[in-house]
Ligand binder design. Structure first.
Ligand code: SAH
Length: 218
């Protein structure tokens, strides 16, 4: 399929899956219209890259549903100068979306193979303001804290306690919290040294596996 057809599919995706469902942040919508999701999915799924669903990326993991990427990104309310921590790089698609909306992304993936594939995809797209690390992101990444925004892209039994502590003043944290089968998106804002939590949409993510997440895969 030619690039202009993929571009057309992206436009349709943003109109029908995002605008129609109430995502109004124009910066986020423009970024979703420009990042080639088809470059982040395995070859056999390229034709489905702009459909309204997660897709397998190998290792039992998935690339997130585009709507969920839009929703979470809008909740992060990013500025050009922000430094962002992402936990669960997966395919690198959401990393690429974030990278165009902020100054720097630090992204942690526990699965080395996925991390390497994400690195290759981001490199091909010349996205350079991303640092990828292999490891357990459930404890965050203290060395580069504080962050203006933290995104957890895997479902956790609770907000990993280390993460709010790594937020800058005014920082936003978005994390799916619940059981292994379904979660609710929580947003925590650090304001005046306090943490203000709001709950958002229901969602289904693969588990956050690590010291402060689930202790093992099902
Ligand atoms: N948003 C990504 C998909 C993330 S899927 C995309 O669009 O492609 C969740 C990812 O989190 C999986 O790749 C999984 O391996 C990773 N993960 C799970 N627990 C983790 C942990 N403790 N630290 C880092 N990565 C983790």
């Amino acid at each position: 399929m030619r690039e202009c057809e993929q571009q057309e599919r992206r436009r349709a995706m943003v109109a029908s899956q995002m605008r129609a469902r109430g995502i109004v942040d124009e910066r986020v919508l423009a970024r979703l219209e420009s990042v080639p999701r088809h470059c982040f999915v395995p070859r056999e799924y390229v034709d489905q890259a702009y459909e309204d669903s997660p897709l397998p990326i190998g290792e039992g993991q998935t690339i997130s549903q585009p709507y969920m990427v839009a929703c979470m990104t809008a909740l992060l309310d990013l500025r050009d100068t922000d430094r962002v921590l992402e936990i669960g790089t997966g395919s690198g698609y959401h990393t690429a979306v974030l990278a165009g909306l902020c100054h720097e992304v630090v992204s942690i993936e526990r699965n080395r193979g996925l991390g390497e594939r994400a690195r290759a995809c981001l490199g091909q797209l010349h996205i350079r303001n991303v640092t990828l690390r292999c490891g357990d992101g459930s404890v965050g990444f203290e060395a580069k804290a504080p962050y203006d925004a933290i995104l957890v892209a895997a479902g956790s039994p609770r907000v990993p306690p280390a993460l709010p502590k790594q937020l800058a003043e005014g920082g936003r944290l978005v994390c799916p919290v619940g059981d292994r089968k379904k979660q609710t998106l929580l947003r925590i804002v650090k304001q005046g040294g306090e943490f203000i939590t709001t709950t958002h949409t229901n969602c289904i993510f693969v588990p956050l596996v690590g010291e402060d997440g689930w202790h093992r895969l099902p």
